[in-house]
Design a protein around this ligand. Structure first.
Ligand SMILES: Cc1cc2nc3c(=O)[nH]c(=O)nc-3n(C[C@H](O)[C@H](O)[C@H](O)COP(=O)(O)OP(=O)(O)OC[C@H]3O[C@@H](n4cnc5c(N)ncnc54)[C@H](O)[C@@H]3O)c2cc1C
Length: 292
């Protein structure tokens, strides 16, 4: 099927993109298009029928990766493949580098952007999961100016984020952990390689020289309307030695933190079981990497 008719504007600045979105007015659906890897298939299937597309691909300075002052800033138009190959991301944000390998296929990552994945807000998507795990900050610009939203409050419901209709996400800033030996783990199950995850798990740990866990972030995707941190597990393991027994005991808190649903791909019970297994594996992977 072909997309329904729409108007198209190629913006040359973020301000121009926001003006175009605002000028289109309320009522009609008007959308930014970035890499088009989600929006264009939805339009082709007529599941999305925007009357106006504002293309942000040519806006100078909206892509790029900057590391410094304890933060890695990733421009919204940064292609997922460019982020995956970036030495700054591999060096400073290895959890994101690991997760990116699971995002779709090489071909979709060549076009798909970091910002597009964040704004689309699929509850099983890898980049939003890492953003929540690492307490990223997301900066958006609208006709009223710029604002910063913590990743934790950005994902509101499946495919619903805090971005306003006249706003453009400009940057995601990921804090870099320092102190201790850092390790990361990322695991997911999907029906086929390149498909969206049924469940995904992300973990990052910092170990003191004596092997005690001084800090841990643990998060799950595909088991709630948005990516979720497992705070009780993090509390239980902070200050503990990450032996298998301690990890298994802490995983008991997963159940209370998730709200899995049945769908075509898996039952809620399956998602709940797999979430614990994957998170356990991700934490062990992170621990072993930190200890090596
Ligand atoms: C075969 C296939 C497999 C895939 N598998 C996965 C997968 O495993 N995991 C995964 O996470 N994704 C997957 N995807 C989705 C996709 O690849 C991207 O990850 C992402 O969802 C879209 O990024 P994009 O730049 O193409 O965004 P677009 O499709 O251009 O836009 C997506 C949405 O975000 C909005 N948007 C985009 N950029 C901005 C911005 N800067 N500011 C405001 N709004 C913006 C658009 O208006 C639209 O609503 C897959 C896609 C395909 C086709």
């Amino acid at each position: 099927m072909k997309a329904a008719e729409f108007d198209y504007i190629r913006a040359d600045s973020v301000a121009a993109a926001c003006e175009a979105l605002a000028a289109a007015g309320p009522g009609e659906e008007h959308k930014i298009v970035a890499g088009g890897q989600t929006l264009v298939p939805l339009m082709a299937m007529r599941l999305a029928r925007p009357s106006l597309l504002v293309d942000i691909d040519g806006i100078p300075g909206l892509d790029g990766i900057d590391a410094g002052d304890g933060v890695v800033a990733v421009g919204a138009m940064t292609r997922q493949r460019a982020a995956e190959l970036s030495p700054a991301i591999r060096g400073e944000l290895p959890l994101l580098a690991k997760a990116l390998r699971f995002v779709g296929h090489l071909q979709t990552r060549n076009r798909g952007t970091v910002g597009g994945s964040l704004v689309h807000g699929d509850p099983a998507a890898e980049i939003p999961l890492v953003a929540v795990a690492l307490d990223a900050e997301l900066e958006a610009e609208g006709t009223g100016g710029r604002r910063v939203c913590p990743a934790d409050g950005f994902f509101e419901a499946p495919m619903v984020t805090a971005i306003a209709p006249d706003e453009c996400l400009v940057e995601a800033r990921f804090p870099v952990w320092t102190g201790g030996r850092i390790g990361t783990g990322f695991r997911e199950v999907a029906s086929r390689q390149g498909d969206f995850a049924i469940v995904a798990a992300a973990a990052q740990v910092a170990l003191d020289p004596d092997g005690t866990c001084s800090r841990i972030a643990a998060a799950l995707g595909g088991v709630a309307p948005r990516p979720v941190r497992i705070a009780a597990l993090e509390d239980a393991l902070t200050g503990a030695r990450l032996d298998d027994g301690a990890i298994d005991a802490a995983l008991a808190s997963v159940e209370a933190a998730i709200e899995p649903d049945d769908d075509l791909h898996a039952t809620a019970a399956y998602r709940g079981r797999v979430a614990k297994v994957l998170l356990g594996r991700a934490i062990r992977e992170a621990r072993d990497e930190a200890a090596a």
